[in-house]
Write a protein that binds this ligand. Sequence first.
Ligand SMILES: [Zn+2]
Length: 428
Amino acid sequence: MKKYIFTFFCFLFFGFTGFSQYTIKTVPNPKLTGLGFVSNPDAILNNAEVDSLNAMIQKVEDSSKAQIAVVVLRSIGDIVPKNFATDLFNYWHVGDSEKDNGLLILLVMNQHRVEFETGYGIEGILSDAKCYDIQQKYMIPEFKTKNYGQGIIKGVKAVTNIFLTKSEEIKPTEEMQVNNTNNLYNNNSYSENIPKYSSWKNNDILIFYITFSIFSTFIFLILLFVALLKKDFFIRYQLMRIFRLYFWFILIPVPFVGIYFWVRYLTDKWRDTPRISAKTGKIMHKLTETEDDKFLKKGEVAEETVKSIDYDVWISDEKDDVLIQKYKRWFSKYNACPKCKYKTYYKVYDKVIKSATYSSSGKGERLYKCTNCGFSKKTTYTIPKKTRTSSSGSGSSSWSGGSSSWSSGSSSSWGGGSSGGGGAGSSW
Ligand SMILES: [Zn+2]
């Protein structure tokens, strides 16, 4: 139960942040979504620009099997674009697995940065210096005047010319096409869309947030209603327990800052309300934390000691009835012990014994121990090899480690290439 709730909140949290920032795992992979070579989730490029890019890149792939990925993102948070480009390149495996001839072009709008990430196989024809030249000559001037689609098209044109004709020169006829494209769609350029675009985005988040807040408050009211119908204070407490978590008022300050403190007050009161013995119908009294130990099993005392579970022991005045009630802690590093079953089992350490290298996998070790029965377990695990091919081209084994989702030959995935960080970047 705890795990589900935790996952739910993680999902919510990342749902919120996911609106504006991308990680390499959340960037839509155009190869998987059937959108060709261009990932444009924030609609910074218009459809005509994307089509034009796809057509140019397709020609290159058809003739030389080289692959070019274009990724245009509004924000990647504080991550350095170069690192993001390298990681994304290797996550998608752009380029043919044997020739390693992939190129990833990344634009990060709010960092005003363009990055070229090259596979080993194309560093010969598309050197870091050449990448930089293309950015400076064809892309940055356009980006400075907020013609993002135009800048990317020109940059990709220069690159595809290198692949196809070994010269990046854009011929006047091609320049015309590029310019025409720009003129046709100039009204749609990113710069003019900014106010509309961001307000739409913000509204969307706001609507989602308000809906979620109203929904949560509604759930709260229903649970409260159900709880108040119950005579048993222990059941009432358990029903409302989830609203004792402070992240409610961090997540939804209105109205949960009030609800939170009220629920805490209420549930604490319920927890302390004298219980009635089911056997005798008489009132019972709660023992103090030290008094109650003699009514608890050794494992239960151990759980109280590590604070994974708290027990309340209620006893009737005639000592003819004892009631033990169990309050689990929401977040505890202790889990159920495989041997004694008490929640006193935890991870003592998790360490790397042997680091992974580009040529061999590494080894790690974890130690678990139970504070109650003393049971311990040591497990070792394999750390996968670092992903990168050696520049001599012999290291194809380093990325062939089992994933088939990007196996070559299929148009629905990238080819399996990798990058060791070649390429260049420019700011505008
Ligand atoms: Zn144990």
